[in-house]
Design a protein around this ligand. Sequence first.
Ligand code: ADP
Ligand code: MG
Length: 693
Amino acid sequence: MNLPEMFGENVFNDSVQKDTLPSDVYKALRATIEAGKQLDVSIAGAVASAMKKWAISKGATHYTHWFQPLTGLAAEKHDSFIEPEGDKVIMRLTGKSLIIGESDASSFPSGGSRATHMARGYTAWDPTSPAFVKEGTLYIPTVFVSYTGETLDKKAPLLRSMTALDKQAKRVLKLFGIDCKKVSTTVGPEQEYFLIDEEEYLKRKDLVLTGRTLFGAPVTRGQELEDHYFGTIKPKIGDFMRDLDRELWSYGVLSKTKHNEVAPAQHEMAPVFSTSNVAVDGNMLTMELMKKVAHKHGLACLLHEKPFRGINGSGKHNNWSMSTESGLNLLNPGDCPESNTLFKLVLAAVVKAVDEYQGVLRASVASAGNDHRLGADEAPPAIVSVYLGDQLGAMVDSIVKGESYTSVKVEKGGIGVPESPIFPKDATDRNRTSPFAFTGNKFEFRMLGSQANVSDANICLNTIVADAFSDFADELEGKKDIEKAANAVIARELKKHYRIIFNLDGYGPEWETEAAKRGLLNNKNTADAVPSLYEDKNVEVFVRQGVFTKAEAVARADIRLENYAKIINIEALTMIEMAKRDIIPAVSDFIAVLCQNVASKLAVSEKIPCNAEIKLIDKLSSLNDKASAAVEKLENDLKSVNKRDVQSASQTMAHLIIPDMEEVRALADEMETLTSADYWPYPTYFDLLYSVK
Ligand code: ADP
Ligand code: MG
């Protein structure tokens, strides 16, 4: 394989555009993509025709407007290129069909922002993310809006948030004499996932229907030996990874790093970063291809945040920064951050934004699946805080205290082996427990769930930072001595938002106490986290930055809660069915066999000891009775959920249904450890986690 040659072979990318478009059309299109210029619609016909020709040469017969409705998943409806001509057909893609598509919006969630009788929705081409051919179809990335112009997807607000940030960041840069065409936000999403044997997967209703195991006693060997992380990759997994890379590269996704993760059967893929909307599309494709490629290899890819209890779940680290078209990274501290006023101002803006809108950030990553990570038994915690590392931490401390500061020397580290090159120690050490960590020249937002559409978190980040920039620019524009005025703003804001900075271990319970003292939010589940989004202040920031209307902001919060309640409902129903139809009867059958065994022993002689069986019969009978009662309670409580009110429904789910489910699970898991493997109806954690060679 010639990688540079095959990279992006399925993408209508810059070089293909250059080769296939008339030069004026090409220039106009690039001006839209690179400088954010309004799209000149008169070029659509020419682009469509070139795109179609190229797509057909790649074997395409269909095209689709590819969009991301509020389900968070990607949606597509395929149309063929054919158009009748006499008794033949010709292949056609018009400029209009490239730019706009009509789609029945009524079956997608809208949070009430669109009455069903006005079901018309439109998809509109997003030329900033390249089209590609996959499995015989030309995929055209689009945004999805309603008849009345309300956004019905994740893409349109993401693009709006990028525009807002671009506008406000340019104002800040201008203060420092920097003129640029465009400031883009960049994202590198690291994707964690599990791979298990597909046959075993298909035997588990819970995995198939809910993406996670609702039952399962812990396996005797979990991740305690810490030997899986970066461990040798098994041949079958290696084959999968190679195949996945090849697929991703062909679609222009910059897959870079692959390795085993902490938990058994857990892995990670990290791409090279790109512009936010391209990164989001790339991540959607990555998740889809992971599932498809896994299937080809007889594997099932689990993207759920917590497929297995007792071992780590999966997240998605959202590496985020901002840079100009000439490559100036606004989060690059340079060699001497203390005298880099622009950098300090940008840093202060991020710190201010994260502190003021911590509730919004937390809510942007809240989901039923992610609740098993944040605020539960693994990191990062549900409390939003910012980690700056030793060097920047010390710099900020000195600014806040009004003391002078000389940068921490980056030590020349050696390893004591003369043959090995000396390497400088990185001044920003890695803190793995922080939800929002500065890592050299970017922030890494680590609270995202592995199956999340990364748009949500980035819409939020871009918007709140744009708003902080806008405040700073309002205050500083027109000031004579910008350095002095900016440094005063930096000191004031860092002081004001100092509470959000936390450079120590975020896992421990001490942090929860300390965070509460600092007045930081600690919303442990979706039902409690999402209501932040309804607060006036939190709606207004999106309205002010032109990202959401008030109605859109509220609709999105409603959908988040509705989705949460629906997921828990499906999990509860699945659990009830598994318990009633499989687990309780299986245990009962096993008890019956134990009873028969006792009876046959006693028939031979009353003197034969039967303690083992009798103890088990007793224990299992009592557990099975309790399990049956717990299932009944869960069923009844589920009936009490007020489905018409999303806030009430989600509260009931979080505080009544989930504890009920915990009870059912605890009893079933204990029975699993006592029931003969021949009788247990499902593959165990051992079967699921250790069966891939
Ligand atoms: P780590 O320090 O987490 O091991 P890296 O520094 O290699 O990893 O980067 C992790 C991720 O951050 C990669 O996806 C990388 O492309 C991304 N990244 C690096 N620079 C930026 C940036 N300026 N903006 C966004 N993402 C970035
Ligand atoms: Mg990372």
